[in-house]
Design a binder for this molecule. Structure first.
Ligand SMILES: [Zn+2]
Length: 289
């Protein structure tokens, strides 16, 4: 056996370390879009990415894109998106909502099992930019805590503000906590109620202008789920490459580090987190993007 392993070519050994189901699927689909590289994100200084709102974006080469999906998990549409990504051997980042995870934890687990990156998008998707500091902090922290607890592996300290509605106070808070904030470079407009064909045309047109960047979709949308298979084919045809983003340090290790530092920061957070009248629900902003 030792001799057999020693004689295997390097590429075969590399395949052995890949999850068998995914490896066999990719081997059987040589035309798959695939992942061209993995980009590790150091969140320790609370970076912000996405030229729609911020000065910087991810360090991407021309023709490199990062796929992101917001608002899920959704039991039907997210599942369809996951199937489409799997067929093309592509990895994405999902910015998930606490209340959705509470309703559909098995779909969240599917995302994790298939190797996607899981970030958060608040507890219940309110307009955080217009909330008191205490309620906004609670939305961010409760989201991270509950989503991390709902899946059997550590999530990423990646956050996207609901509706992209940030505030200076909460941006500073996220930076202090070591969370990376993600806006976007290319919007798909899929939250506007447009059909699958328009989603693909609009997104490809914007991407062709920018040539690279973070793309924002919503895995809760029926039209988006319908668009993703053909969109991935269009990326392949256009010569685009998929970059999979992962954190250098996951959410859990950030928490451990904070606890080791005497817990002072966590005590401050607990104080800020003292719940207001509501954590969300009836008074929340509708989910838009
Ligand atoms: Zn959203």
């Amino acid at each position: 056996m030792r001799n057999l392993v020693a004689s295997l070519p390097v590429c075969a050994l590399a395949l052995m370390s890949v999850t068998p189901a995914i490896a066999s699927y990719c081997v059987n689909n040589p035309d798959a879009l695939g992942v061209s590289r993995v980009l590790e994100i150091d969140t320790s200084d609370g970076p912000r990415f996405g030229t729609l709102q911020y000065k910087k974006t991810l360090d991407l080469q021309p023709k490199e894109v990062v796929l992101t999906f917001d608002d899920g998990p959704h039991p039907i549409n997210t599942q369809r998106v996951l199937e489409a990504l799997k067929k093309e051997c592509v990895k994405a980042t999902f910015f998930t909502v606490g209340t959705m995870v509470q309703s559909y934890p098995e779909t969240l687990q599917s995302m994790a099992d298939e190797g996607h990156t899981i970030g958060t998008h608040s507890w219940s998707h309110p307009n955080i930019g217009r909330m008191s500091t205490a309620r906004a902090t609670n939305q961010i922290e409760r989201g991270f805590r509950t989503i991390n607890a709902a899946v059997d592996q550590q999530i990423a300290p990646f956050f996207r503000f609901p509706g992209l509605n940030d505030s200076n106070v909460m941006k500073a808070y996220a930076t202090k906590r070591g969370y990376a904030i993600f806006s976007t470079d290319v919007s798909s407009d899929d939250w506007r109620g447009i059909g699958a064909t328009t989603i693909i045309q609009r997104t490809m047109s914007r991407l062709n202008q920018k040539q690279s960047g973070i793309i924002l979709f919503h895995d809760t949308k029926f039209a988006t789920a319908a668009a993703v298979p053909a969109f991935l084919r269009a990326l392949k045809k256009g010569g685009y490459k998929i970059v999979h983003i992962v954190p250098v340090n996951n959410y859990g290790s950030l928490q451990s580090a904070a606890a080791e530092n005497g817990g002072a920061e966590l005590a401050t957070i607990a104080k800020l987190e003292k719940p207001g009248k509501s954590d969300g629900g009836a008074g929340d902003a509708p989910i838009k993007r």
